[in-house]
Each structure stands twice: as C-alpha cells, then as structure tokens.
Design a protein around this ligand. Structure first.
Ligand code: ZN
Ligand code: ZN
Length: 491
C-alpha cells in the first residue's frame, strides 16, 4: 500500500500553496487543506495567512449551510406529520405545542441554544431552502457568510415574493464584496425603490411591536432599550438629550458625551423633568470637581468603555448555555447535591442503561426503546424512592393537588428555573407540574417540577415525554429518540 495519501497537504508543504486559492471552493477538499497542523501556520507568509483565514471562513459558511439544511429537513418532516395527523390548520390544541414550535424546542436542546436562537435558525433554514434558495446556495459555496445570509433574510422578510426575488438577485450580486452594514443599507435602498409601500407597511408593522426591553449583561450591569420606535420619535428623543448634554458640557461637565447622555436619560425616565435633570447633573459635576481638587487630582475622569451597539436583529436574550441538561452522547455524571447519596448511583445507572441501548438499537426504534427503558428503570427504583421520600419528608405524597408552601419552596430551590434544558424562566414564575398527572400522580417532591407554560405544553405534545425517576432527577425524551437529563441544582 503506497503511503502517499493526502499527506498533511498544503500548509505542510511550505511552498506557496495558499497563493491563488481565493476561490478554492469549500467542501471536503478544502477541509483537508485546512487540517494541517496549527504549528505550520508559522511558516506561511502574511498573505497566505489571510488566505487561510478566508478559506476557513468559506468552509464555515459551507458547514453552516449544512446545519441549516438539516434543520430545514427536520422541520419539514415534523410539520408534514402534523398536517397529515391533525389537519391543515395545525390542530389548534391549546394543551400541546404546534409542530413548528415543538421542533424549535427540539433543535434548541440538541444545539444548546436558547429558544429565540433556535426560532431564528428554523426561520432562516426555511427561507434559505425556500424563497431564498439562491442565498442558501451562495452560503454553501462560501460566497457569503452566515451574517450576510441573515441580513438578506431579515431585510426581505414579509416582502411580496416577486420583490424578494428581485432584491435577492441584486443583493447577491454585490454581497461578496460588501460588509453586513453596507449590504443592509444597499438592500434598504433597493426595497425603497422597488416597493415603497411594502417597505412602509413593514415599518408600521414593526412599530406596532414597539417595546421596552431589559436584559442583564455579562459584566453585571443591565441594558435597557426602547425597541422599534418610529424613527422620528427615536431621533427626536436622542437629539433632545444630545443637545442638553452639549449644554452641560459647555457649563463645565468634562465627562464624555455618551456618559452625560446616559445620566440624563436615566434621570428623565425616573420622572425628573429636563431642567431639573440638567440642574442635578450640573450640581454633581461641581461636587465631583471640588472632590478632585481636594484630592489633588486635576486630571479629567477616565473615559469609560464606549457603549456597545446591538444590531436590531440580534435576540435580546443572551445564550447562557445548558444549565442542567446533559445532551445525549455526552452523559457524564458530575457533582450532585450531597443531601441525596442515592442520586449519583441513579445517574450512573441511567447513563449506563441508555448508552448501552443506543449502541444496540436501530435509530428508528430509539424513541420507543428509550421510553421503555426509562419506564423499566422507574419501576425498579420505585421502592427506594418511596423509602427516600418517607425518610426525608416524613411522608411520600401530600393530600390534595396543590403543594403546601414548604414543599413549593423546596421544589423551587431544587430547580431554580423551568426544567427544560434550555429554559431560563425562573421557577417562581413557573407552574409546579405533576410529572405524572395528579391521580394517579401524587403531590410529592418525587413528582413535582417547575415548568413554564411553553414547556408544559411541550411535555404534552405527541412524541415528547418527561420522566421523573428520582426526586429532582428528570429525563426528557424527544421524538427523535434523544434524551436530556435534568439534575437537581441548588444554585
Ligand atoms: Zn415522593
Ligand atoms: Zn421552560
């Protein structure tokens, strides 16, 4: 057998292998070219390094096109099943989630992204395999990246089909050589020219969704934003505050304009009127300067970090990753609360049983097999579970459907959020769900967990099951046969 396989190719060779490769298409071949050891990058010229970076980006686009195609295919399967089983109106059963939303949750859990991100992916996947197929093709061939595909998708949203096609063709023509900002501005101009009424209607629609949003940031601060205001309103407010801030600067406030603006806006939103807010800030300035002089510090205050801009289409909620969920295939028991010595053993038993099962079961049989196996484990653990509840809580099961306050607190402490793997809804805003519905299900710590409304409906959607096999240890199974283990957390 000759050893001359695709020998750690081009990067290793050291010769000018990366020259003239600007349009070497992404795919398996390019993946091989890129897979040379990182240490060889040191041998490349500056130009070649840029070529490698650009090639890796094309390869990423290709991979993202595959990701979206897979999402589109799964969405198509799930939504088709719904149409055939519940009629074209999608059922309308308030107890369950419509197929499109359920598949969004399935994707969120599998990719460990928030529900918002998953919804964006599903929408993008459907557009790029439907009306925006040319944009999908441009992504797959690495002519544009995912960010540009999103711009094209967002800016053509809810436009008439014919206009969308025109806009897409024009956008793709220049997109490879434009940044997302340039692309967005260009498409906006094209849409205004081709379909002024549609553009206006879309704007009015967005204005009807105007809202005040709030989210915590990684640094421990909180952002507050007024979103989707009419431009004249937003610009009017901004200009007014800026003018007042300039006035304050003239009167001696030495701080950067963006800080003064932020303080003025805060005062105004607290209910202070503009003249009073200006006076307050000016008094503070005088005090600050007096203090600085007293401390012998004649330097101006340090310039703080410039405000960061969030693009209009980024979801407001940040991805925080999985809290307790353990994805199928990556199931390693880690720390467990020390109050329950049985938990690590139960976790290990579940992992062993389900991994063993996966290795020996045809994928098509997995959903049924997983549920069967968990039911068996559940039955086997029943006597120990009863003993545990009796020992810890004096009683296994409370009278009535409604859990008493102390039990409610215990459950909310055990799971700080809804027990769906990607959900961040605080448990005090969730329902305490009887995992097995009340009667035969009991009101007990081994059968109660916080679920938000959405994931409560998901639990009742065909193909989904939530098991509670040990107090606080829950397992979700999905229509594809994946499982997610939710451990008690006490953070
Ligand atoms: Zn119990
Ligand atoms: Zn939830």
């Amino acid at each position: 057998m000759p050893l001359e396989i695709i020998e750690g190719p081009n990067i290793v060779a050291g010769a000018r292998e990366w020259e003239d490769r600007e349009w070497f298409p992404p795919g398996p071949q390019l993946a091989i070219c890129l897979s040379g050891g990182k240490q060889h990058l040191a041998d490349l010229t500056d130009d070649e390094l840029l070529q490698v970076a650009a090639a890796a980006r094309r390869q990423t686009s290709w991979a993202q096109a595959r990701e979206l195609a897979a999402i589109a295919e799964l969405t198509q399967r799930r939504t088709t099943t719904e149409t055939t089983t519940t009629g074209p109106d999608g059922g309308g059963d308030y107890r369950t989630l419509p197929a499109r939303e359920a598949v969004t949750e399935e994707i969120a859990a599998a990719l460990t992204v928030t529900g918002n991100t998953a919804a964006t992916l599903v929408h993008l996947a459907q557009q790029l395999t439907g009306p925006l197929a040319d944009t999908g093709a441009a992504l797959e061939t690495g002519r544009i990246d995912m960010a540009k595909a999103r711009v094209i998708c967002d800016t053509t949203d809810s436009l008439p089909d014919q206009i969308t096609q025109h806009v897409q063709t024009a956008a793709l023509d220049k997109a490879p050589t434009q940044t997302t900002g340039q692309l967005r501005r260009r498409i906006k101009r094209i849409v205004h020219r081709l379909a002024p009424e549609a553009a206006e209607e879309r704007k009015q629609q967005a204005v009807r969704q105007r809202r005040l949003e709030l989210w915590d940031t990684a640094t421990g601060t909180t952002d507050l934003a007024l979103c989707d205001l009419a431009p004249e309103d937003a610009h009017g407010i901004f200009n007014k505050i800026t003018a007042a801030a300039h006035g304050l600067k003239k009167d001696g406030d030495t701080r950067p304009l963006h800080l003064i603006r932020a303080d003025l806006a805060t005062q105004l939103l607290h209910g202070t009127d503009l003249p009073a807010a200006t006076r307050t800030l000016l008094t503070q300035t005088t005090h600050r300067q007096t203090r600085h002089r007293a401390a012998g510090n004649h330097q101006g205050p340090k310039t703080s970090r410039a405000p960061q801009h969030r693009t209009a289409n980024e979801p407001a909620t940040a991805d925080t990753g999985l809290r307790t969920g353990t994805a199928a295939g990556d199931a390693t028991p880690t720390t467990t609360p020390d109050h329950d010595p049985g938990l690590p053993e139960v976790l290990a038993m579940v992992h062993r049983r389900l991994t063993h099962l996966r290795d020996r079961t045809r994928p098509a049989d997995m959903p049924a097999a997983v549920n069967r196996a968990i039911h068996q484990l559940n039955d086997r653990l029943a006597p120990q579970r009863d003993t545990l509840c009796q020992a810890d809580a004096a009683r296994h099961g409370r009278p009535g459907h409604r859990p008493p306050d102390n039990l409610r607190r215990e459950i909310q402490e055990r799971h700080a959020t809804c027990v769906y793997p990607t959900c961040n809804q605080p448990s005090h805003r969730c329902d305490l769900d009887h995992t097995v519905p009340w009667r035969p299900g009991i009101t007990c710590r081994c059968n109660l967990a916080p679920l938000c409304r959405r994931h409560h409906r998901l639990k009742q959607t065909p193909g989904w099951t939530l098991h509670h096999i040990w107090p606080g240890l829950l397992i979700w199974t999905t229509p594809s046969g994946a499982w997610y283990i939710i451990r008690p957390d006490r953070q």
